[in-house]
Design a protein around this ligand. Structure first.
Ligand code: 13P
Length: 273
């Protein structure tokens, strides 16, 4: 099933998928073990930084091999690409879905580059996600607020032909300094205006009740990265000083298990929405 078809199915069920960033085999396997244990479909995401680290071919083929090994229904998604050439390379390497993020450009430029990516993705049958509004990236101010406007979202989706839209409704990437407060009434209005699958970025640290309200009111994809990195590294920090073990295959499993249990809880919570 294509991710676009999956989004239509989720729309009928008023449900959402978790989309998780991976960084190496250990985080990838933690994500897939969680999906397998919860018998649920999942989206695996990689950013340019992960692709720079692993190489594009290894990123894509490692993910494909792991999806097959863990027998999970999963899609490979390129997260936050700002360069059309990277999108093309990812499509050529077999990504199911790509995000072009020109949200920091003026809306005309965002529209133009997004249209270009939609055309580029057509022969591959790939899903295309774009972003409208301001969702603070790591290190950016969370005070600046430019939430997605419903009519602008409608026009942007119609004019570009994207399948999925990342909406700015009060979330931000990375850790929150204070509890986020998602604008659910705004989300409802955006949903009334557009059929695109709505995406919630910055899923780490949002209280469960708000995530569930977001799903009930139209979010179809929930992105989580920071909690995975943080949980993985904190577990390693605790484990490494405890022994002189040099067999790294004995050091990583507790961190993998941490990622698995963290995500199993999230999947169960999302599925209960
Ligand atoms: P967090 O790192 O805040 O979980 O956000 C993830 C994300 O939105 C990736 O695109």
């Amino acid at each position: 099933m294509t991710l676009q078809d999956k989004f239509s199915e989720l729309d009928n069920q008023n449900k959402a998928l978790l989309a998780v960033n991976f960084y190496n085999f250990e985080t990838l396997s933690g994500v897939l073990r969680a999906a397998a244990a919860q018998d649920t479909a999942i989206i695996l995401q990689s950013t340019k930084s992960t692709i720079d680290y692993l190489g594009l071919e290894v990123t894509a083929k490692l993910a494909r091999a792991a999806i097959s090994q863990y027998e999970v229904e999963a899609w490979l998604h390129l997260d936050h690409a700002q360069d059309v050439n990277l999108v093309k390379r990812a499509l050529d390497t077999g990504y199911d879905s790509v995000m072009i993020d020109a949200s920091e450009q003026p809306i005309e430029e965002n529209r133009e580059v997004t249209q270009q990516v939609v055309e580029m993705a057509k022969p591959y049958g790939a899903n295309v996600e774009a972003e409208l509004g301001y969702i603070a990236k790591l290190g950016q101010s969370k005070e600046k607020a430019a939430f997605t406007q419903p009519e602008e979202a409608r026009d942007f989706v119609e004019q570009t032909g994207i399948n999925a839209l990342a909406v700015a409704i009060g979330s931000a990437h990375g850790f929150y300094d204070k509890e986020p407060n998602l604008d659910i009434p705004l989300l409802k209005r955006i949903r009334e205006e557009t059929p695109a699958a709505l995406v919630l970025h910055g899923g780490s640290g949002i209280p469960d009740s708000q995530i569930q309200a977001a799903v009930t009111n139209g979010i179809r994809k929930i992105n989580v990265a920071t909690e995975v990195k943080n949980g993985f590294m904190n577990t390693l920090r605790q484990e490494v000083p405890k022994s002189d073990e040099i067999d790294l295959r004995k050091i990583f499993p507790p961190a993998i298990e941490h990622v698995q249990s963290l995500l199993e809880e999230k999947i169960a919570m999302i599925n209960q929405a």
